[in-house]
Design a protein around this ligand. Sequence first.
Ligand code: KG4
Ligand code: ZN
Length: 333
Amino acid sequence: MLTLAIETSCDETAVAVLRNKKDVLSNIVSSSVHLHSKFGGIVPEIASRFHVEYINYCIKKALKDAKVRLEDINLVAVTYGPGLVGALLVGVSMAKAISFSMGIPLIGVNHLLAHIYVNTIGKNPPRFPFVGLVISGGHTSLIYMKELDDYKILGQTQDDAAGEAFDKAAKILGLGYPGGPAIEKKSRSGDCKSIAFTRTYLDTKFNFSFSGIKTALLYKNRDLKYVRNRIANMAASFQEVVVDIIVKKTIDASIFTKTDTVVVGGGVSANLYLKNKLTRTAKHLGIKVYFPLPKFSLDNAVMIAMTGYEMFKRGRRSNLDLAVCPNLGLESL
Ligand code: KG4
Ligand code: ZN
């Protein structure tokens, strides 16, 4: 069975062709990030226009790389949320057009679930139940997953998402957009113990809050204006706090749910400092941690194809009235 998947929730126009469960025949990602960086963040209208311009090319290239024709495709999967409304509309409209014209089923996929599920692509996939940690540009959530379509939210961020915090911190420090990779890179030459930011753990065990740390960074940046190696030290100290909070809450969630597996997804999972710290801490406690391959950390359509295929196998279908859901969370599939 061949699945064609389309992902246009933010600044990546991505298309993939998947054979059955995890045989990736093609994986096309075309990013408009270079057009946004000079604005210090994503400009929704630019993202939407980029999708309109590139979607046809990406689909043709994905089919060509996969050495299949559109007529061979059996299922079309598409991100229907969360994301930018105009950006999502491009992918969903295209997916509907393909579904209708080719007479094949359509399935709308929750982008956040897909970030987690892509971890099952390897030879030794994580086994349910596990704790899922979604850390992306717009979301930070801990979930207890019994199955792909049967899970419970343990906690979420109450303000900024982890990726958003990295992006805002980078902006304060003048490191450009996207902020996550910039902070990670700058941190390598900084001392993570140089500035003691307060760790916000909140009363509720599994909820997160990152906006206080960001504000503390803003003031520290002003106060320490003339200190040597300020930017690198601030970046490293900021990353340390955010990583510590994520590691602690995730490990607590694993202990609380008595699961021995944690599965991480979303753009912030590309952060190697986090990966090493979480993996090391978990190992001491006998907890196994899965991070996606680097090419599947950031937005891609392989994750949409895999999740769409699995949902389809479980009997789920979308109709041609599938609506985009910019604010979709993990409350619905
Ligand atoms: O999942 P993603 O590609 O898009 C959304 O679904 O939001 O995540 C993008 C986010 C951005 O906030 C970006 O700064 C962050 O992931 N990110 C990182 C790293 N690479 C990307 N954050 C920390 N460290 C990184 N290496
Ligand atoms: Zn994403």
